[in-house]
Each structure stands twice: as C-alpha cells, then as structure tokens.
Design a protein around this ligand. Structure first.
Ligand code: GLC
Ligand code: GLC
Length: 648
C-alpha cells in the first residue's frame, strides 16, 4: 500500500470496513491457530474495532513500503495477547469500567521499596491500604533499570523484568491479582516515550545494528539541527539540550530527559508494534490502568517543539484501539504536564480515560501562597469540564516536582504578570520569601530562562516542617494548627471537586522532606528525591494514634474520606465552578439530578463571608451543623460542604 491509497482509505468508511474484512479474511486461519477457543471472542472484537484501529494506524504508517507486513505482525501480537489473557481479567473485560466515577474511588501512589521493601511486603500492607480506603494503587516504576541512577525507574531496560530486589515478574503478577481480589486496582507505568540505554534494543543499536538504530533517533549534526532549536529543555541542570553524543557510533541520540533515556522513534511501525506488545504484556500481568508517561513528547517533527503534536494523539488513540481489542478493561491515565489547553486534549474515551490534573494541583498551591482564589476560579471555569465518561485524577503532590503550568493569558487578564508570579511562587515555596510557611527545594533551575520548579512533601510545603523547628511552644502549636488546616483544605478539594483523588504515599501521614538524597551521588542532582521518602512500620501504626502528629493528619483525612463516601454526588455528579464574590473563597457546586452540594473553601487565615445567591437553609455535611440566611461566615481555612436542608 502506498501513502496515497492509505490516506484515501481512511477518509472512506466503507473502504475502511472493506479493507478490514479483507485483512481478517487473509489472516483468519493463522489468527485462529493462535487464539484457539478464544477465536470467536477475538473475531467479534476485530470486527468492531479493527476499522477504528486502521483509521489511526494508516495515517501514521501507510507510507511504509512494508506496511502489510507490519499490519500482519500487529494482528498476530493482538491474537497472542488475547490468548494469554488470564481468566480473571477476561471477566473484567466484560464489565464496563466506571469505577472511577464512584464517591468511594480513592487512589494512592507508592514506590514499592520505600513503602514495603518488596512485592511480598506490599501484599502485607494490603490491610493498611484497605483501612485507608484505597482502591487504586499506582506502583511506581519497578522495571529493570540501570543502576544506580535510573530517573527513579523511568529508564526501563526491560518491560518484562522487575528490579531483582523487589521480586520477580511472576511475583508482581501474583501481587496484582491479590490487589484485584481485595478491590484495589493496580496501576503501572507505561514508559513508552523512551527506553534506557541498557534496553536490548539500545544495546543492539549501539553495536551497529541498523534495524535497531531505527528504533531511536541517531542523528548527525545537521539532522540534529533540524529539531534542536525548537525544543524545551526538561532537565537543564543535568544536561543542556535534548541530545546526547554517543561515542561508539559518533552520532547524536535524542534524549529528552536524562542522557540514558533514549527517545523511541514512533515513525517506525516496528516500534509501534514492539511497544504495543510490551503494553499488552503489562496489561496481562494484571494492570488495570497504565499511566502513559511523558506522552506529550512521543511524536517528533522537524521545526516544531515536538510536544503535543496532532500525531501524538493519533498514536495514543491507536494504542487505545489496541487495548480495546486485546485488553478491553485496560484504562489509560495521561501524564501530560503541559499547558492546560493541551492537557485536556488527551482526555477522551478513545484516548485517555483518566488524566492527572496539573492545573488544579498547581493552582491549589498558588491559592495557599497568595490566599487568593481568582486565578484558580478563572482557570478552572475554562478548563475543568471534560467528557463525562472520563475522570480527572486530582492530586496535591506526587513523586515529581510542582511546575507552574497555568495559562499566561488568564493570568494577564487578572493583572498578574505570569513570569514574575512564577518567580514569586518558586521563592515562596523554597522558603526564600519572607513570611512563607513552606519548606520546599528548587528543582531544575534553568540558567538561561530562569525557569524553575519546586519539590517537597505535602507536610513540608504546607508548614509542618517549619512549625516543628519553632522553639516557642505556643507559637509552634499555632503554626501546626494552621499547617494542618492547609492540608485539610487541599485534601477537601481533591476529594470533592469531581474525579479520582490521588494521595501520594506518606502524605496521608504528614511525612516530611527527606534531605538524605544530598549525600547520595546518584541522587543529589535530582532534588525530587526530597519527596520520595521511606515509610516505616512505626509511622503506619501512628495512623491510628491521634496523640501523634501523623495520627492527627491521617484522622482528619479519614473524616473527609468517610463523609465523601456517603455522598453519591461526589462520584457521579457534575461540577460547576462559581464566582465566589470574595477573593479568598473558592466555591463550586456539585450536582447530580436534583441533589446539589455547595463547597466553600476559605484559603486565608482570616474570617470571610460568603454571600449566597439567595437566602437559604443548609446542612454542613462535614460537621452536621445547620446554617441559615444569605451571608455565611467562613472561619480561617474552613471548608463547608453545604447541602440544602428541607424547610422546617
Ligand atoms: C515523567 C515522570 C518523571 C520522569 C519523566 C521521564 O514525567 O513522572 O518522574 O522523570 O517522565 O520519564
Ligand atoms: C514531565 C514534564 C515536566 C516534568 C518532568 C518530570 O514529563 O513534562 O514538566 O517536570 O517530566 O519532572
């Protein structure tokens, strides 16, 4: 097939359907031999989804002289994945995946080694996860990776082996099945933008194998210059630019992140097929969700910034179509930490059903620092609505840095100079701004642009760390109380605004920054390690002890989780972000059929009043208190979840 006929096919639904059945006919006997008793299941799925897959695949690859060969390979790998899918997952495949729309859906993310040493240890921590209410667990990268530095596991040397210290792949599969049995959905990373330079494909490429060199970008100086000037530097403190010179081949390799993370070349259909196979392998080990790491970078075109290109979306949709055929229960979570207008483009039932919400994350921190909610309100009014079948993953902290990814135009409209404001936020959260409560550390200061991000644990960034350094007892108690109130405010929003709340392991206990990375040569250049902390048995036990600080933080979160799980409209409902009429209050309404809940959040340490549209009678679901009238007093850092109470 040539490019022209491929493109013509895609534009014509009937022709696409015909081509799809032609392929089915041509390969049915070999596919039957692979899928055996599952052939009719596979055939039905192909009939439904193959035209859709081709519609995405052909624009990417029909220009290839050997596109038929690659299509045949793709069909066969789909068949193998269906044949190998465990029974318990087949049952999941038959069920619609709406679990993230429940008011009880609650996520967490952890490093297996930091949280539980290894897979066996993690299985023992299932009771703790259940006690906390967690039913979605992202196990941070655990694949075989270079040592000692692997970008926290995001440089994968083999998608089918794990780091030996954690256990084996079969043990991981067993753990994931156990998690499923306990109602906890396991989430793994699909690190598909790059592999490590120790991956066998990279090794072969280094050794001169032309086929595998085409898996990556091997450029001479001139080729490099067709791309380099337009690219953003992601880790400027570690290495300038996005290319690494490879002495063996005397070529430049595309490395968006660290020098040992080699970007994959998706213009090559062999790469798509190979990665589709790895993806389905992970799905068949038991992953319910794959977190699509660094997905904004996966498609490259000369003369562009190579982020968020239209074909990146085509590619992700093609992977999604692959999942619909071979692992229908699988859901994708987008990790697009980019401009808010771009973040939402990855969210669709046929692309990523879930997405991190970096805008909410960044602007919650902004509101805590400024005590003002205008930027939060204005930004979310534009960028919170998504397809009702999809869900935001709302988080406060994660293993990465906080980047200030708000829309500059919205800032300008509010009279905020975005560049100056980002500088202020960086200073505020790294404790360089006088009066700041935060103890964060700078991450990746760019010497040319001055750009910078912030790292730190929730408790350290909200003021707990500073309070504990205070000598004056009364002063310390006051500061602690405020820090805990800030944590409560942030948690209340991610638990009620709509979407799946994601709690970063350790934050539920208020664990502080760990500065020991500064002594470790493999970690000291990457300050994100400050917020990758070990969780001890003792700390887990303190969850139940309200006499400890961890216990207090855990209990106040538990209170929110419990109340939320009784309010259906915090799962299924829709969200309307309202103008609060008070610059310190953030107000939104959740709605489900006739029910509604008005959430009012005070981001300042002073009393504020909220003037409702009309006088009314409310019940605060958080305290059970009844309120009446039109003007509502909101105490410092208070949160109100107001439902309309029946007239007396
Ligand atoms: C994602 C990960 C981050 C990693 C990067 C490169 O952004 O969250 O930790 O450094 O991708 O894989
Ligand atoms: C991510 C983001 C970048 C982030 C980095 C990890 O993919 O694009 O902003 O900070 O990688 O830290």
């Amino acid at each position: 097939m040539d490019q022209k006929s491929g493109v013509a096919l895609v534009a014509n639904t009937q022709a696409l359907a015909d081509f799809s059945s032609e392929l089915l006919k041509r390969y049915s006997s070999s596919l039957k031999a692979i899928t055996k008793s599952r052939w009719s299941l596979f055939e039905t799925r192909l009939k439904t989804h193959l035209p859709g897959l081709l519609q995405l695949y052909l624009p990417l690859y029909s220009a290839q002289f050997d596109s038929y060969f690659h299509l045949e390979q793709l069909l066969k790998l789909l068949a193998r994945a269906v044949a190998q899918r465990p029974d318990f997952l087949l049952a999941e495949d038959a069920t619609p995946q709406h679990w993230h729309k429940s008011q009880a859906a609650l996520g967490s993310a952890c490093y297996v080694d930091l949280f539980a040493d290894n897979f066996a240890g993690l299985a023992e921590r299932i009771p703790y996860l259940q006690q906390t209410g967690i039913n979605y667990l992202h196990l941070m990268p655990l694949f075989k990776a270079p040592e000692p530095n692997s970008d926290g596991g995001y440089a994968v040397s083999d998608y089918r082996s794990t780091m030996p210290a954690l256990g084996t792949m079969p043990q991981l599969a067993e753990l994931m099945q156990q998690l499923h049995q306990h109602g906890i959905r396991p989430v793994l990373d699909f690190v598909f933008n790059h592999t490590s330079d120790e991956h066998r494909w990279a090794q072969k490429a280094k050794a001169g194998d032309k086929t595998h060199q085409q898996y990556y970008f091997f450029f001479d100086q001139q080729e490099r210059e067709q791309y380099a000037p337009w690219l953003r530097e992601i880790f400027p403190e570690i290495r300038r630019g996005s290319f690494t010179f490879e002495p063996g081949t005397q070529r430049w390799i595309w490395t968006t992140f660290n020098s040992f993370q080699w970007d994959l070349n998706y213009a090559n259909p062999a790469v798509f097929n190979a990665m589709a196979e790895e993806m389905l392998f992970l799905a068949n080990q038991g992953a319910a969700v794959l977190r699509l790491d660094a997905l904004a970078f996966v498609w490259k075109e000369a003369g562009t910034n190579c982020e968020n290109l239209p074909k990146a979306h085509t590619l992700i949709r093609a992977f999604n179509a692959v999942a619909r055929i071979a692992a229908p229960a699988l859901q994708f979570k987008s990790e697009a930490i980019v401009h808010p207008d771009e973040v939402v483009k990855y969210i669709a039932p046929e692309e990523c059903q879930l997405s991190y919400n970096p805008l909410l994350m960044a602007l919650l921190w902004n509101s805590l620092a400024t005590r003002k909610t205008r930027l939060l309100t204005e930004s979310l009014q534009r960028r919170f609505a998504i397809d009702p079948q999809c869900s935001w993953v709302n988080y406060i902290r994660c293993h990465d840095d906080i980047g200030w990814t708000f829309d500059d135009n919205v800032a300008w409209q509010l009279g905020i100079n975005p560049e100056h404001h980002r500088q202020f936020l960086n200073q505020f959260y790294t404790g360089q701004f006088s009066g700041s409560f935060a103890s964060g550390v700078p991450f990746q200061q760019n010497p040319i642009t001055g750009d910078c991000r912030v790292a730190g644990m929730l408790a350290s960034l909200t003021g707990v760390e500073q309070a504990l350094q205070q000598n004056d007892e009364a002063q310390q108690q006051r500061q602690l109380q405020q820090a805990l109130a800030r944590i409560f405010v942030l948690n209340s929003v991610i638990l009620s605004i709509g979407g799946l709340p994601l709690i970063y392991m350790g934050d539920e206990l208020g664990l502080l920054n760990d500065y020991s990375y500064q002594q470790d040569p493999a970690k000291r250049d990457d300050s994100r390690w400050v917020n990758r902390v070990k969780v001890s048995e003792q700390q887990l036990l303190s969850a139940k002890d309200p006499a400890t600080l961890s216990g207090r933080i855990y209990q106040q979160l538990q209170q929110l989780i419990k109340i939320r799980s009784g309010l259906t409209l915090l799962g299924e409902g829709s969200t309307e972000i309202l103008h609060s009429g008070n610059p310190h209050l953030f107000v939104y309404r959740r709605q489900l059929a006739q029910q509604s809940l008005l959430c009012v959040v005070n981001f300042s340490e002073y009393d504020q009043s909220y003037i409702a549209a009309m006088p009314g009678q409310w019940r605060d679901e958080l305290t059970g208190q009844h309120l009446e009238g039109q003007t509502i007093n909101v105490a410092p850092y208070q949160v109100l979840w107001l439902s309309i109470s029946a007239l007396k």
